[in-house]
Design a protein around this ligand. Structure first.
Ligand SMILES: [Zn+2]
Length: 88
């Protein structure tokens, strides 16, 4: 068993893969506080699933993507991707 490496979460991680990428991105980007029902940028409603997945979410997916592009792509999941392929 590897230490410091959540092997038991691997299955769930696969299921929630795209979702957790979004969470990780959002966690870096957002300030703390209650999530918004409507996007801070464009006023579009933020889907409930997204608000649940991303506590304190302030941007809709579109604006989050724009934000990511403007501030540079996150490299974290590239790294995780190669880790995953080494795992098995
Ligand atoms: Zn928006």
């Amino acid at each position: 068993m590897a230490v410091g490496w959540a092997a038991d979460g691997a299955e769930q991680q696969q299921i929630e893969d795209s979702l957790s990428d979004e969470i990780e991105r959002a966690r870096r980007n957002i300030r703390k506080g209650p999530g918004l029902e409507f996007c801070e940028e464009c006023g579009e409603p933020i889907p409930e699933a997204r608000r649940k997945a991303v506590p304190g979410v302030r941007l809709c997916i579109k604006c989050q993507e724009k934000w990511d592009k403007a501030h540079g792509p996150a490299r974290l999941y590239n790294r995780r991707g190669s880790k995953d392929s080494q795992l098995k």
